[in-house]
Design a protein around this ligand. Structure first.
Ligand code: BES
Ligand code: MN
Ligand code: ZN
Length: 497
């Protein structure tokens, strides 16, 4: 899917728009108008807040109230969307704007063109929220129905130059497009998206962006000793792959390695999952989708970095050729792992890819994966668990919160390491108890991270895939988390090293 057509405008009364979007606040007693609504309010003789209040509007977050303009404005409809309460100092957070813009975009399905005034509060957030809220995935519908909003004009903020606004629009659109790339991959069902077809799509996208691309097929994986990826992928008739996409930016100051879990379907394998909600495991390649989208975005925004995405792809199925509980795998790089549960497969493919990624001597490693149900138990559906080396983990977590994607720093308790000791091999893939399951997975991965390499592990089991109703700028299905976090971390590294 694509994002709507976006443009900037100086004129709030442009007559091209069918709908004008304004923001509202939840005031102490009544609804109030957000900045940007002045011209619309004037057309209503300064009584717009009163009119909205009489229609039951309160200004609470994501509330949508539509009213006809009856000729008072060129646009036929005003859509008032709630931003919630402003901060004590009157400030409005960018996530408030992003969610309001997303809720408005969802309510504009079937509209050809709208004018958004939310951009006068925060242009970047208004663009991201609008693009992501408008997203629908209709690839598999015979009758797609009303399409998303076709075009949006954003009212330019009063401060700043036209040139700066143009750059903001361009960057925010590129970021939203990257999220859409990830969402499309996640939403593609596993009968069509399997290791080879994912690799093929990655190759097309990389080529279109002029990036280096490499794919190892099952023969190459065998020759080079990728025992983790081969073990996990062995049960499927559709063999595994290891993809590498590299962007070499202008005068790169730092090298960043990205690794993303690409299990195109996770049945659990021989340690099979219960039937209920097993279909959600179509999203078990969300980390892979996010890092692929991120390296493409880094190229589009020409970050002065070298960014390499290493993407292990496998389908975890039970069959006569599956790996078994009890098997010992010889991992890439030489470590051995005893498999005690074939459903703890993500860490096995990631371990191979992490060792591979370190061969290029990166300055940072960011790995993301739908790795553990324990992440959802501990942090819920919307907050990623972020582990890794202390300093870089905290930096990534702070940035995750600033982007609005959310994420919280989590520890890697040393005592859990001994629980991964194996009777036979260097380590086992599970602890054999349920405690701290997200952290134990992080401890497992740590064994494969090069000494001294700053790294972050982002467990997105919950946030990657929305199994509930739409909210803010997030529809059902793939969310594209943590593309915006990775993009912001790359920008931060480009700026500060
Ligand atoms: N892909 C799952 C984790 C997952 C669970 C993602 C729920 C999204 C939603 C992963 O491969 C898995 O099965 N993990 C096991 C690990 C366990 C066997 C140690 C889990 O969390 O149950
Ligand atoms: Mn699993
Ligand atoms: Zn999995």
């Amino acid at each position: 899917m694509t994002v709507p057509k976006f443009a900037l405008t100086e004129k709030p009364d442009a007559n091209r728009a069918e709908v004008v979007v304004i923001g509202t606040f939840k005031g102490d007693k009544t609804v109030t108008l957000a900045p940007g609504a002045e011209a619309v309010d004037a057309a209503f003789d300064g009584k717009l807040a009163e009119v909205l209040s009489s229609l039951g509007a309160s200004g609470k977050a994501e509330e949508v109230v539509k009213l006809p303009t009856l000729g008072k404005l060129p646009a036929g409809v005003v859509l008032a969307v709630g931003l919630g309460k402003p901060g004590a100092d009157g400030s409005v957070g960018s996530e408030q704007v992003r969610r309001a813009a997303g809720a408005a975009a969802r309510a504009l399905t079937g509209t050809r063109r709208a004018l958004s005034t939310l951009s006068t509060v925060d242009l970047h957030a208004a663009v991201e929220g609008t693009a992501l809220g408008a997203y629908v995935f209709t690839e598999y519908k015979s009758e797609p129905g009303d399409g998303p909003i076709g075009a949006v004009d954003f009212l330019s903020p009063a401060e700043g130059t036209a040139k700066a606004h143009k750059a903001t629009l361009k960057a925010a659109t590129a970021i939203a497009e990257a999220v859409v790339v990830a969402r499309d991959l996640i939403n593609t069902p596993p009968n069509d998206l399997f290791p080879a077809s994912f690799a093929e799509r990655a190759g097309q996208l990389a080529e279109a962006a002029g990036l280096e691309f490499e794919v190892l097929d099952e023969k190459a994986l065998k020759r080079k000793g990728f025992g983790g990826i081969l073990g996990v992928g062995g049960g499927s008739s559709r063999p595994p792959r290891l993809v590498r996409v590299r962007y070499h930016g202008p005068k790169p100051a730092k090298k960043v390695a990205l690794v993303g879990k690409g299990i195109t379907f996770d049945s659990g394998g021989i340690s099979i999952k219960p039937a209920a909600n097993m279909d959600h495991m179509t999203s078990d390649m969300s980390g892979a989708a996010a890092v692929l989208a991120s390296v493409l975005l880094a190229a589009k925004l020409r970050y002065p970095l070298e960014v390499t995405a290493d993407i292990p792809l496998a389908e975890n199925l039970p069959s006569g050729t599956s790996y078994r509980p009890g098997d010992v795998l010889a991992m890439y790089g030489g470590k051995t792992v005893e498999v005690l549960n074939t459903d703890a497969e993500g860490r096995l493919v990631l371990a191979d890819a992490i060792v591979r990624a370190a061969e290029d001597d990166p300055d940072y490693l960011i790995e993301t994966s739908t790795l553990t149900g324990a992440q959802v138990v501990s942090l819920g559906n919307r907050t990623a668990g972020i582990m890794g080396s202390d300093e870089f983990r905290d930096r990534v977590a702070a940035i995750a919160q600033a982007t609005g994607e959310g994420g919280w720093p989590m520890p890697l308790p040393e005592e859990l390491r001994a629980d991964l000791d194996s009777r036979l091999a260097d380590l086992a893939n599970v602890t054999g108890h349920r405690w701290g399951g997200m952290l134990a997975a992080g401890i497992f991965l740590r064994e494969f991270v090069a000494d001294g390499l700053p790294w972050a592990h982002i467990d997105i089991a919950g946030p990657a895939f929305n199994t509930g109703g739409p909210w803010g700028y997030t529809g059902k299905g793939g969310t594209g988390v943590p593309v915006r976090t990775i993009a912001a971390v790359l920008a931060d590294i480009a700026e500060h090293g």
